[in-house]
Write a new protein. Structure first.
Length: 552
């Protein structure tokens, strides 16, 4: 077996995600590449939670329609996911709650024997799974010792009792790869922001972006960060703008509903030319929609949010490795060009876990921002109309610098003006930066490629659909093309990537083919669209079947 899927299911509060992380690390140590998906309703307690860990020889970013092992912490897991079982699927269950389904582990009796708390029942199930999969005890012990910092010995004792009670059902072979860091999308965005020079992060928790806040709060002492959780998203954007005005590289994170409250402050950033990075993790809308499920329906919203016209950068990484790199680039571009820069992800990427090779980032190690520094000439003009549109930066407290920022139309020194000529001149100054950014983005890997490079049919996708589209393209002999920079749209790179293509199929997780509509404005037209918008990501088999229907 070199492509293994494991499903772990139970109730909210059963530690499903933590158990998944242990299994993912176990396969990581065995030499596999990992993708883990976590599914849960918007309930604090109760409801059905499950995670799917897929381990394969190649880089992956999508689940399969079937599973090889099921770790059932309750009966509902068996009943709800029966459609994913094959004749040889191995079920490991809590025998106290699941009767007559696969191999039962007497979890209650084991916990009583070891005088262990109920939460350690997961260790018993994982121990039984390891033996059923033919995984050596030493591998499991190593993972437990590395990733369970508290109560390690008792967890190991519980796992060992279950391990010794189960027979091997279906052996997992050792893979060929060295272990890699396993990172969630939220962690990779946070890490990329740090690499880009982040100094202050401000966020109000909102699924599925909350993990960025949690990660950066854990890292604040190590990296000297200021991390703030204000009372609402209006406070978030204004506080972040205040940090940036004072010279601290700042970022915010939210999802669609929170971003609605941020948009007025976004326009202030646009007019006042205050650098800012915004990490937006999409979920299913409109309104509250499906708070814990995924979607790609906010591209047009992010593209056009805010009143008036001002330049912005939008990047949409497809996995954790790209998230690290492009989050750092977003910080660099925001500060070099004094614009808002967006990192547009979604629930699938934010809360998914991937093998992440930090030694081979897609564009090489990200370079730090090169700021347009004030040359100390007086009077200081915050909005000096330079040839490139980028004004020199000074910050409050610098000697002799009076730093005036203004949400009104203003002169070069920041003083309000309603003069028509000034309005035209300052608008042109701001918009010229967009042309500068468009040119500089040609030096970046703004379009991702996959599949078969010279194929005549192309799957065009964006964001977290990278993994599933790449895998399907390889299986069917198609070309994979994916814009990572969404604005300024990488027209030249996209057209080069599509040279020789005779049929273009757009794959998106929204109902209106938003990327296809944007691409059409640049002469890139869809021959077909494949859309999913039920809040769940494409699986490999689902997309494979739908593409086959289109191309047959």
């Amino acid at each position: 077996m070199h492509d293994i899927s494991v499903l772990i299911g139970g109730r909210a509060g059963d530690g499903i995600n933590s158990a998944g992380a242990i299994v993912a690390q176990l396969f990581n140590q065995l030499g596999y590449r990992i993708y883990m998906y976590f599914d849960y309703p918007s309930l604090i307690r109760g409801g059905h939670n499950f995670t799917i860990i897929r381990a394969a020889e190649m880089d992956i970013g999508a689940c399969r329609d079937h599973v090889d092992f099921v770790l059932a912490l309750n009966r509902e897991t068996v009943e709800r996911h029966r459609g994913m079982f094959a004749p040889d699927t191995v079920i490991i269950s809590n025998a106290d709650l699941v009767k007559d389904a696969g191999t039962g582990i007497p979890v209650g009796a084991i916990l009583k024997q070891e005088d262990a708390p109920a939460i350690m029942g997961n260790s018993a199930i994982i121990g039984g799974f390891a033996k059923a999969a033919g995984i050596d005890w030493k591998n499991l012990e190593s993972v437990f010792r590395s990733h369970i910092p508290k109560g390690t010995e008792k967890n190991l004792a519980v796992a060992r009792r279950a391990y010794d009670q189960v027979d091997t059902k279906r052996s997992v072979e050792r893979g060929a790869h060295p272990p890699l860091p396993l990172m969630s999308g939220n962690e990779s965005v946070g890490f990329g922001l740090i690499l880009g020079g982040l100094e202050a992060y401000v966020s109000y928790p909102m699924t599925p972006s909350s993990g960025i806040l949690h990660f950066l709060a854990e890292q604040k002492e190590k990296f000297g960060l200021t991390v703030v959780h204000p009372e609402n998203e209006i406070a978030v954007i204004l506080m972040a703008l205040g940090f940036a005005y004072a010279g601290k590289k700042s970022a915010v994170g939210t999802s669609g509903g929170g971003f609605c409250l941020i948009t007025e402050g976004l326009s202030l950033a646009g007019m006042a030319e205050i650098p800012l990075v915004l990490a937006i993790s999409q979920r299913t809308g409109p309104s509250t929609g499906l708070p814990t499920y995924t979607g790609q329906s906010e591209l047009r919203f992010i593209l056009h949010a805010g009143q008036g016209e001002f330049p912005r950068l939008i990047v949409a990484p497809g996995d954790t490795r790209e998230s690290v790199y492009w989050s750092a680039v977003a910080m660099k571009m925001a500060w070099e060009y004094q614009i808002p820069a967006f990192i547009l992800v979604d629930k699938t990427l934010s809360e998914g876990t991937y093998s992440t090779d930090l030694a081979s980032l897609p564009g090489g190690p990200p370079a730090p921002a090169v700021l347009s520094q004030w040359d100390n000439q007086l009077p200081y003009k915050r909005y000096a109309n330079t040839s490139g549109g980028v004004s020199p930066l000074a910050f409050p407290g610098m000697k002799d610098a009076v730093v005036k920022v203004n949400s009104y139309v203003h002169e070069e020194d920041g003083i309000t003006s309603e003069d028509g000529d000034v309005t035209v001149r300052m608008t042109q100054k701001r918009m010229y930066k967009e042309e500068q950014i468009r040119r500089i983005m040609q030096e970046y890997p703004a379009v991702g490629l996959g599949g078969i490079p010279d194929a005549k049919t192309a799957l065009v996708s964006w964001g977290s659909t990278k993994g599933v589209c790449s895998e399907v393209a390889l299986r069917l002999g198609l070309r994979g093309v994916r814009p990572i920079v969404l604005t300024p749209f990488p027209e030249e790179q996209m057209k080069r990537a599509l040279t020789g293509v005779q049929r273009i199929i757009f794959v998106e997780e929204n109902a209106t083919a938003q990327l296809a509509g944007i691409a059409a404005a640049y002469g890139i037209h869809a021959d077909d669209t494949i859309l999913r918008y039920d809040g769940r990501p494409f699986t490999f088999e689902e997309l494979l079947g739908r593409v086959e229907e289109v191309v047959k």
